[in-house]
Design a protein around this ligand. Sequence first.
Ligand SMILES: C[S@@+](CC[C@H](N)C(=O)[O-])C[C@H]1O[C@@H](n2cnc3c(N)ncnc32)[C@H](O)[C@@H]1O
Ligand code: SF4
Length: 334
Amino acid sequence: LVDGHTPAQIFNAALARVNLGVIAIYQPVELIFNVTDRCTLQCQMCMNHAPTSLVESTAGYHIPCEDLSFDLYKHVMEKYPKAMNVCLAGIGEPLVNSEIFKMVSFAKQKKKRVSIVSNGTLLSSALDEMVKYSPDFISISLITAQEDDFEATCNVSKSTFNRIIEGIRGLIEVRNRMALPMNIGLSCVLKKSRLAIVEPMIELAASLGVDSIDFHNLIPSTLPGCDIGECLFAEDQSATETFSQIPIPPGLAVRFPKLLKREIDVQKCRSFNRVLYVDGRGSISGCYRVFPPDAANGSVFERAVWNNDYFKTQRRRFKRGKVPDTCRYCVDLS
Ligand SMILES: C[S@@+](CC[C@H](N)C(=O)[O-])C[C@H]1O[C@@H](n2cnc3c(N)ncnc32)[C@H](O)[C@@H]1O
Ligand code: SF4
């Protein structure tokens, strides 16, 4: 909870915790927006932007789409005033959408907790707006602590890595100087063959002065080097030993990846009962991890989209324990 949520938002979130029926008698708790699918990087493990990304329906694949407009965003926000949290992310880099800060400002007026997930490449040029509109949380995705490695894994020049680091430093400096109520964190996708990056990433996070670092397990796909063998499982001793031996600097919250289990519990997924994920066409998804919005699921312009056939079918499937294969490696089920 964040100070300033309305009683209606708090009651709605409480109802969502207890009511897990096929028909949701409350509004979505989280609104996630795909504000753009344009990106400034081509990360190797990214299902949409990797240089080798496949035009096939693998996890995360989506049909190219226009940027989210402020008008469409406002329509969704006004339809669901009881939603508590707004996440402005993307299948691309959200800071390329020129209306992003107007969206942040509107979310704050509506008493939502607003977060941005960014790759940090455009942060330096957005510092004034960050100060003015002050999102509650900004998560900067960084795949490595080293410029050579960054060049190889994100298909850009080393100078881009340095620009990201400068942007993060600038944001931390201004946040601290002006005592802005903004949480700043790093996030890092971790593969089994790259456990050696954990320690340097933690050191980098501490030296930058961010509040937290979250390591995420790989979502496997058909991309090279992204097969299931690269995911971290609970029985991987190399992973558990790495995490237990690394010193944690004071003042930094370090969250290691959730490890996958061989036995899954599909009823652990709450996504379709909490999340409405919308793209620039108004297409929707109820999954915040692997399935992006798709016109086949419905549209935010449908009056009862939150309980449409797609949502009811998905909720029923999870209740009965029948889920698509792609969900098998989602950490939420472990
Ligand atoms: C698709 S990006 C969009 C926002 C922005 N461009 C960024 O990278 O932060 C959202 C998040 O997914 C993560 N991600 C990308 N590919 C992934 C994969 N195969 N497995 C797990 N997380 C992945 C990225 O690191 C990023 O934090
Ligand atoms: S920055 Fe984000 S969206 Fe862009 S390629 Fe990397 S993971 Fe994908």
